[in-house]
Design a protein around this ligand. Sequence first.
Ligand SMILES: CC(C)(COP(=O)(O)OP(=O)(O)OC[C@H]1O[C@@H](n2cnc3c(N)ncnc32)[C@H](O)[C@@H]1OP(=O)(O)O)[C@@H](O)C(=O)NCCC(=O)NCCS
Length: 124
Amino acid sequence: MTSEFRDPVIRTAPMPSDCNSNGDIFGGWVLSQMDMAGGIVAARRANGRTVTVAVEAMTFHEPIKVGDVVSIYGEIARVGRTSIAVKLTTIVTRKLDPGEIKVTEGIYVFVAIDDNGRPRPVDG
Ligand SMILES: CC(C)(COP(=O)(O)OP(=O)(O)OC[C@H]1O[C@@H](n2cnc3c(N)ncnc32)[C@H](O)[C@@H]1OP(=O)(O)O)[C@@H](O)C(=O)NCCC(=O)NCCS
């Protein structure tokens, strides 16, 4: 199957140390990977530093397993005066299966900041 997406922002593989007590990957691990991916997309758009201000939506569709190859895709959903909302989608491929599984999606909001950590215009 060919992904509907272009290049991922991040591609990585979780380790056994990233598991929860069920033996699947801990939700906090994927939240953190998505935050990093969204931060990269937002910083490119803002042409400088950004911080995460909110996670507006987050859905865990399927568990992630050790050995999965995890790809996080991001696209800009909305640009405000100082904020940028990034839609993030996590897709995994599992073992030798060529299929892609959508495991999470969410909307993360970032704010462009100046050297003092205060909001600055995205296009300023
Ligand atoms: C992000 C931060 C600089 C914003 O400062 P602030 O004084 O609250 O800024 P403002 O109220 O002017 O809001 C800035 C923008 O963020 C948006 N925003 C603020 N809170 C929001 C929320 N809960 N959800 C979505 N957008 C939000 C505002 O709408 C505004 O967007 P716009 O300019 O495009 O209209 C400040 O809250 C902060 O430093 N937070 C901690 C960030 C951080 O440490 N993140 C890592 C977490 S571990």
